[in-house]
Design a binder for this molecule. Structure first.
Ligand code: GLV
Length: 316
């Protein structure tokens, strides 16, 4: 049997870091595949594996059966003019990102709740008698309860915090107090002393965290953003920090990445900026997800039944 041709178009990523794990995963599963980095010439690809691909890929490759996005977020891909409407798009589901993102969030939760910044650096406190958090623990609100958000919520529950979750549609998780939909956003935010955003960026979540919503949070709340930058209105976040409504923000994702050098987030003393590293995508599990999906598609399974099938109207 001829090998399955797969076009690979990965922008702002090192394609070599993907090719070897992909080849290994397909070999392991006994699927003969030929991977080609897209260079403008069509290869009659049956599948495309992409991150921020050029629209030209879809103009050239007209026989695609599915497009794999090697990330969890598909907002960039869905916004691409030229993305064919009739080819299914699949995205990664967790693929090893969730435990790392949960670790990142728990680390900052510990840092915030214990005031750990007091003990490091040249100004470090050398004092045994400092305040310790006791009694009432802050409520942690997790926005977005997909594979990643649910995992973060579970880890936080295990560390003993009261965790609230908010999602588009109702989700049940043992121990989690769950809120769903726009009608319940105010009640949810009102109890989120630490708000963790894990929402995908869609028409419904863009600019969701604005001036009005920051005012719904308890006074001196913290915001941790590991979802997408476009969910937060940058100027409103800064205003909420400057007014004292928010105590601080930990931001891993931004409207524009890399975050421009002149952006005020870099210089705000109550914002911690990290360069989109909360959940680096491990290549092997991601490659495995792709090969498993290819196997099932080749066996005739409908793409809508596969994990990670993107519903375009919903935006994720
Ligand atoms: C990373 O941000 C991803 O979408 O996987």
């Amino acid at each position: 049997m001829d090998p399955i041709r797969i076009a690979v178009a990965l922008t702002n990523m090192k394609p070599e870091s993907w090719l070897a794990p992909l080849q290994a995963a397909f070999r392991q599963r006994g699927i003969a595949a030929q991977f080609e980095l897209f260079n403008g010439k069509p290869i009659g690809a049956r599948y495309a594996i992409v991150w921020q691909p050029p629209a030209e890929l879809f103009a050239r490759e007209r026989k695609l059966q599915a497009i794999f996005n090697v990330g969890a977020g598909v907002e960039g891909l869905l916004a691409l003019a030229g993305l064919p409407l009739d080819v299914p798009v699949l995205r990664l589901v967790d693929a090893g990102m969730a435990p790392k993102m949960a670790e990142y969030v728990s680390f900052f939760v510990a840092r915030i709740t214990r005031g750990l910044d007091r003990f490091g650096g040249p100004q470090a406190l050398r004092d045994w008698e400092v305040d310790r958090p006791r009694g009432v623990l802050p409520g942690i609100g997790v926005m977005g309860l997909g594979a990643i958000g649910a995992h973060i919520a579970r880890v936080l529950l295990m560390t003993g915090y009261p965790v609230l979750g908010w999602s588009r549609t109702p989700k049940e998780l043992p121990g989690l107090e769950s809120f769903a939909g726009a009608a319940n956003l105010k009640a949810f935010l009102g109890r989120a002393n630490i708000l963790v955003n894990v929402l995908p960026l869609t028409y419904a979540t863009r600019d969701l965290l604005n001036r009005e919503r920051f005012a719904w949070l308890p006074a001196h709340a913290w915001v941790i953003n590991v979802g997408r930058g476009g969910t937060i209105v940058d100027a409103d976040l800064i205003a909420a920090l400057d007014s004292g409504q928010l105590a601080g923000a930990v931001l891993d994702v931004f409207r524009e990445e890399p975050l421009p050098a002149a952006h005020p987030f870099w210089h705000h003393d109550r914002i911690i900026v990290t360069p989109h590293l909360s959940g680096p995508t491990p290549r092997e599990p991601a490659a495995l997800q792709i090969v498993e999906a290819v196997e099932r598609l080749e066996a005739g399974v409908a793409p809508e039944l596969l994990p990670g099938f993107v519903e375009r109207a919903r935006g994720y």
